[in-house]
Ligand binder design. Sequence first.
Ligand code: AMP
Length: 397
Amino acid sequence: MKVLVINCGSSSLKYQLIDSETEGVLAKGLVERIGIPGSVLTHRPEGKDKVVIETPMEDHNIAVKLVIDALVDKEHGVISDLSEIGAVGHRVVHGGEKFNKAVLITEAVKKDIEELSALAPLHNPANLIGINACEKNMPGVPQAAIFDTAFHQTMPKRAYMYGIPYEYYEKYKVRRYGFHGTSHDYVSARAAEILGKDRKDLRIVVCHLGNGASISAVKNGECVDTSMGLTPLEGLIMGTRSGDLDPAILDYIGEKENLSAKEVNTILNKKSGILGLSGGVSSDFRDIEAAIAAGNEKAKTALETYCYRVAKYIASYAVALGGIDVIAFTAGVGENTYDVRKQVTDYLAFMGVKADAEKLKIRGEEAVISTPDSSITVMIVPTNEELAIARQTLALL
Ligand code: AMP
């Protein structure tokens, strides 16, 4: 069977068609600027040249229709008929406390996703649009919702409560939810598999360091803590997000710069992190590395501050886990950036972490990068959220 994996944003749609038997990607692509002038579909069929289709796309319905057309197209298609797609798996950002696992989509589930939009106003409505567009274009094909928050629902209360009046949790569900759950689940399971061990016997810290970044503590196969919170803003320093800070900063900057809380929130989400700290160099670590090589002091500070925060979180998760067996680096930065892994493992030397100087340089492939006598096994485990979504979708059928 073929499973179509959809990750829908407010003006974008990412997709992958996965063959469930081989787990290979048959085609993947991206639609951008949906509903805005300049709509474009970039379709990448496996083993063929990529196709770029520029045509107006008024809404997500038209975008999904174009994706399907591309998948069955005689020249650049990868299937001969739409009926080959047996299921659709949707990434849904917020499942609140309602969803602790993936579910098949029903009218009731859609209503719940809509209600949870209060917690993820930028994401859940877009995810729902994608679901509706697929239902319309592929009637009768089972669809599943795979929630970014679900894996973290096993956290104990002490890990998800904030130190604020309890009534805000009761009235508005203000608590830590965590995100990137599909990745944390996949990477922790894969790390155990690579080591030939049962995940249930391991204490694993997963460092998902991409443009968005989060870290989680996985004990006996279950998440016991994670760094993102009510929203993805909390925790690590990210490409453009600040991560943890003194909440009083919001008010202080707002007053000094004459900005509303909403405007400061936007700065913390979009103009902070590595981009902001480096004085505007970039949110991309490749640019930061180049700037450091060229002697840019702010870029150096940005990288050091980033790594210090990651290391502090890892060490604190020794408390959450009662010790650490495995640290797994994943996502764009975790899989590729030597400097980050080097600095983080250096900070953790006091815990007996010993990285292998040569293996630290490995990029983008599964590897153990610690020495045999290291107290903790340090690994690179490339994430594959689409495959994880396809697997979970299939499991529901
Ligand atoms: P992700 O969100 O997982 O796609 O990660 C995106 C980020 O990973 C980019 O913004 C880069 O900072 C980083 N990244 C991706 N590829 C590389 C690479 N080859 N070397 C260094 N950093 C990379």
